[in-house]
Design a protein around this ligand. Structure first.
Ligand code: NAD
Length: 262
């Protein structure tokens, strides 16, 4: 049997990149999936690739808006009759040195990733608690929540905020059978709108490699010498939320092909 048969998942930022791969994998495992993203047309197009509206629907939800999130969750409840699994994946990346990072940069980064995932988790947890059937909340945090690198203060600080939300919510929601875990990806260049939208060019300049070589550059500095793809992150989400890991909460799984100690 499929590992997620009968489960109902909502993935934020799932019209692109890692989120889209997560939605695809969860649907392949038998889940019904709600694809939430900024643009309704893109969310619906991504959902349509997974099958009919009995399998996946697209909703427009800006994670910084409590009312958008409530509406997205209501659509999930109406369409599929429940909610079991939420993935906080929506994100963007402002990559600047400290002295160039503005207050507006800091606020936007924290609005979308720290406040946004807090609001999504809060709204989802209310439903999970009321249903009384347990569930999963997953955060797509980052290797940058743990390791420090240059030119990344706003992004990395908010990823560290998300990592602590995982621990705090694992502690608070355990009584309700809700598991809360995180994934720390790194170097997912291919398919990522964040990389294509300017961050890739900036990172390539920092490392002194052509942008089109960035994926290979990241791969050669990993322990496994492997490029990390959106599907690798999606696999980790599927395993983490499967019955095989139903005694695991408050954990972060790296999906980075291995980081050297020094
Ligand atoms: P992506 O740009 O392809 O996907 C991000 C999605 O989030 C987009 O579809 C975007 O429209 C959506 N989004 C942005 N702001 C939103 C908002 N306010 N409300 C709702 N949706 C919003 O990029 P990606 O690389 O797939 O990133 C997905 C997540 O993975 C992000 O949280 C990112 O920080 C994290 N991550 C990525 C990498 C990597 O190497 N690509 C590494 C570590 C962590």
């Amino acid at each position: 049997p499929k590992s997620h048969a009968g489960r109902i998942a909502l993935v934020t930022g799932a019209a692109s990149g890692i989120g889209k791969a997560i939605a695809t994998r969860l649907a392949a495992e038998g889940a019904c999936v709600v694809i939430a993203d900024l643009d309704l047309g893109k969310a619906r197009a991504a959902a349509a690739q997974l099958g009919g509206t009995d399998v996946a629907i697209g909703v427009a939800a800006n994670v910084t808006s409590e009312s958008d999130i409530q509406a997205g969750i209501q659509e999930a409840l109406l369409q599929f009759g429940g909610l079991d699994l939420i993935v906080n994946n929506a994100g963007l990346s402002i990559s600047k040195p400290l002295l160039e990072t503005t207050e507006a940069d800091w606020d936007l980064q924290h609005d979308v990733m720290a406040k946004g995932s807090f609001l999504v988790s809060k709204a989802a947890a209310k439903v999970l608690i009321e249903q009384g059937l347990g569930g999963d909340i997953v955060y797509i945090s980052s290797k940058n929540s743990v390791f420090a690198g240059p030119n990344n203060i706003a992004y990395s600080a908010t990823k560290a905020d998300q990592a602590h939300q995982v621990r705090l919510l694992a502690a608070e929601l355990g009584d309700h059978g809700v598991k809360v875990n995180g994934i720390n990806p790194d170097g997912v260049v291919r398919g990522s709108g964040i990389f294509a939208g300017g961050w890739g060019a900036k990172r390539a300049a920092v490392y002194g490699v052509p942008e089109e070589e960035l994926g290979k550059y990241y791969a050669q500095r990993t322990l496994l010498k492997r490029e990390v793809l959106p599907e690798n992150v999606a696999n980790a989400v599927a395993v983490l939320t499967s019955a095989d890991l139903d005694h695991t909460t408050g954990l972060h799984i790296p999906v980075d092909a291995g980081v050297a100690a020094a």
